[in-house]
Structure formats: C-alpha cells, structure tokens
Design a protein around this ligand. Sequence first.
Ligand code: GCU
Length: 452
Amino acid sequence: MLTARSLRASLALALFGTAAARAAQLTAEQDHQRLMDLLHIQSLRKGADGRNPNAPNAANYDESKANPYPTLPDPLVLKNGKKVTTAKMWWKQRRPQIVEDFDREIYGRVPKHVPKVTWSVTGTDRETKASVPVITKHLIGHVDNSAYPSVKVDMQLTLTTPAHAAGPVPVIMEFGFVWPPGVRRPAPPPGPPGPSWQEQVLARGWGYAVLLATTIQPDNGAGLTSGIIGLTNRGEPRKLDDWGALRAWAWGASRALDYFETDKAVDAKQVGIEGHSRYGKAALVTMAYDPRFAIAYVSSSGEGGAKLHRRNWGELVENVAGTGEYHWMAGNFLKYAGPLTWNDLPVDSHELVALCAPRPVFISAGSVEKGDGWVDAKGMFLAAAGAGPVYRLLGKKDMGTTEFPPIETPLIDGDVAFRQHSGGHTPAPNWPTFLTFASRYLKGPVSSSSSP
Ligand code: GCU
C-alpha cells in the first residue's frame, strides 16, 4: 500500500536523486546554523527593520547617527603600514592584499577547478527593435557535470546586436531578474517615459545581452548545494571561505564574456556589465574581479554592494548576514554581525570600487522619498569617493568632489561616476546619464558610408 510517508520518501528521492545529494540537502536556516557552529558563534545581532519605523531596530535614516566608524581602511597603505606610492606597488602588492580580504571574509573564493562551460546557440531571431534591425541569439552555457551529474547548470543568455553593423559592436550585459514560480515581488516602479534601456543602447549602435543569474546559482541558502557552487562542491555544503552567490553570478558573467570573445558580432574589449539591487552588487563584483569588463553600471546595490559596510543607514551587514541573504556572501561574513563589528572588516566597499580602477564605473541610486533609502545613496557615494585616490594613482580622474551632491547632479566627468536620480528602486531614470558617461569610452564601429 502506498502510504503518505512512502509517497513522501519516493518524492524526496525523485527530487534529490542520489543518497549523497539527499544527505546534504539543508534548508537555509539549517545551513546558516551550520556556518554559525563552524564559526563558534552563538547569536548574531538583528538586522535593521526597513518596514516598521517604530520598531526598536528600525532602519536609521538620520545622518547624525550614520557614521559610527568614520575611519575607513586606507586603500593605499600596505598591511605593513607602508604607503603605496606607485602603480606598480598597487598592482603587485596592495591590490592582491585587498582581493585576498574580499575573497576570505566577504564574497568567498572561486574554487581552483570549476568545470568547463560549453556555449551553444539554441535559436536565432531576426526582428526590428526601435527601427533597428537586430539579430537575437539565444544561448545556453552548459557546465560539464560529468563529475557530479545530479547537479545540472545550464546558464541562459540572450545577445542582441544590430543586424547591419559595420563591425563588432560594444555590448552592455544585464543580469536579468526572473523570480521563481510562486514568488510574488512588487512590480518595479515605472520608468520614465521614453525608450527602454535596450532601445537606448541600440540607438548608439551597440548591442545588449541579458544573463539570467538564477540559472548560474539559485538565489537562496537552500540552493547552495546546487547551481555552480553545489556542482563544484559535489553537492556538499560550503566551507567558510567558499564563494557565495554574488561571486557565482559574477563568474557566470565572465563565462558569458568568454563566449563574446568568440562571437564576431561583439567587440569583447568593449563589454559593459549592468545590474540592479542584488544584481547591482553582482555587477560591481563582476567588474572588480574580471579586468576584461570595460565599464559597469551599478544600480541601487546597497549593502553588500557599493554601500560602505561601516555606515548605519538603511540595510546593514546584519541583514545580509541573516538567513534570507547570507547565501550572497562567504560564510565568514557572518562574523561581522556578531561578535565582531563592521569596524573589524579588513576592507570596505570603497576598496571594492578601487578594484575596478582604472576602468570606468557608474554608481547609481534612487531617492529616499521614493523608497530607495534602504540602499544608502550617500554611503555608496562615499565609497566612490574613497576609491578616488586609487584612480588618481593610476593616472585617472576621481569624481571631482567628496561632498555629497544634490539629487540629480551627474558626477560623470571623472572615471568613477555617481548620480542619485529622483525615482525609486529602479535603474531606469539613470540609463541616459550612464550611456552619456559610457560613450566617452565605448565606440561603435564606423561604417565606411559614414566616414568623410
Ligand atoms: C532586498 C535586500 C537588498 C537587495 C534587494 C533586491 O531589499 O535587502 O539587499 O538588493 O532585496 O535585490 O531587490
């Protein structure tokens, strides 16, 4: 007789396959507790409550309380106290120190051996978008899973380029949002009237791509034994300095760039990365770690992205260290939500921005009034300002100011750029400003008919 229990058991078997995979299948709460045990931590401080302003732990939006730890680690001082005075010292000594700190304590390490990715075009559409004839390729990046067949990773990417380009074109790639079935999310605030970002990119003669992040790595703690992290760990849970989802998503973006290097429609030296919110964090991590990306548009990335961890405004380290978001980070990150403090972090986000130098980065936020206070626009501005000395050392221009500007002031004359738009939690209003900034760097092919 088929009892409810045996039905559940066979369902579990069908869902999780092998016994090994079944044994490792933890909920986010269980996996989070496992990391706390490994770290010998009894409890973490509570995150800020962004919903209830009367809660005892209500998110802070008062600038007079925002800077409990005003002294940031100096990006241009070596661990031994010596000042970094040359570009060579930055590349050979200081930058690797900063990378090591981010790897170990914040985002986790990409394993030495990640299986090979094979890209294939599964379909091609020819259509006209905003009066531009385009070709869209649908691609799957299959990760070799012969070593652990019960985890399958097939990354989904689309690439759209002008059909009649005079040569390879610059491409802006976005981390695309797809929510799992059944998950309800509030609709993003409506963008300003006018062309979509894709149409704006096409109008410049460039192409665009969309990479579905959750096809690289699921966006939850229970998913850490699947996706590319689970595949490389053969279904086992993570070590404390193993990569989290942000680095996994960034790894996927780098594999997409590998594909672009083989596609004649794309100028792979002129590929930009864009992402919003959690994918704004991923876009910044992508840019920081892979020097092949030419430019980044980092939208409303907040805590875990461009916001200084040392700032008390909106979302905090403690929120990201909680069960709903810890999977973005390395297990070691939990320490800084208790017993350690934000001030114990060996690096802060201005140094993540500095890892992008000398390449151009645009940091974006919306307004507090329209609901984007959570991401701490000023904390992200201060990180962009704090990266300035590294840009200058490498012969580039900083933002030109360390004073937080009035809303809607574009600071785009340097190589690290910032603008707070007056919309809500959305990248849409800053696309025109980003593309103006980007057009100083990215150049489409010149057709022979348009040359004099
Ligand atoms: C939450 C989370 C943020 C994240 C955002 C999103 O608000 O606290 O860190 O950026 O979700 O990605 O939508």
